[in-house]
Design a protein around this ligand. Structure first.
Ligand SMILES: [Zn+2]
Ligand SMILES: [Zn+2]
Length: 124
């Protein structure tokens, strides 16, 4: 089974995800833009049981970040772990998004990703 390691910029928080993700996407929504400070979020979702983390995080609206360096990391619920894929150690990750959310907020210079399902807002 593939084990992927990730963490924050300062090393305070580390995490791992095992096996293949359930899905991989990109989101252009206003929340993701503001939270990331970037034009979109690139994320992957794994079953909660495949995720482990070490080190203390802080949380805002369910999203976990490192309280020392501010890196945005993941969001967890009982069934799933949503990981910000830019926090994985190995780059490029080789993980290809299969869908894009909130494309009505997408910057015009960012073209639709080949083969990725397109949603105006959240998935129906
Ligand atoms: Zn940190
Ligand atoms: Zn979003």
């Amino acid at each position: 089974m593939v084990l992927r390691m990730g963490g924050c910029r300062c090393g305070n928080v580390k995490f791992s995800v095992g096996g293949a993700p359930s899905r991989i996407g990109i989101c252009h929504c206003t929340d993701c833009r503001q939270e990331s400070g970037s034009a979109f979020t690139y994320f992957g979702v794994w079953p909660a049981g495949q995720f482990k983390s070490y080190g203390q995080t802080k949380e805002h609206e369910g999203r976990q970040f490192c309280p020392k360096c501010g890196s945005r990391l993941f969001a967890l619920d009982d069934t799933e772990a949503e990981i910000k894929l830019g926090s994985l150690e190995d780059a490029p990750t080789g993980l290809v998004p299969t869908y894009e959310l909130w494309i009505k907020r997408r910057e015009p210079w960012f073209r639709p990703l080949d083969g990725a399902e397109q949603f105006d807002e959240d998935r129906a």
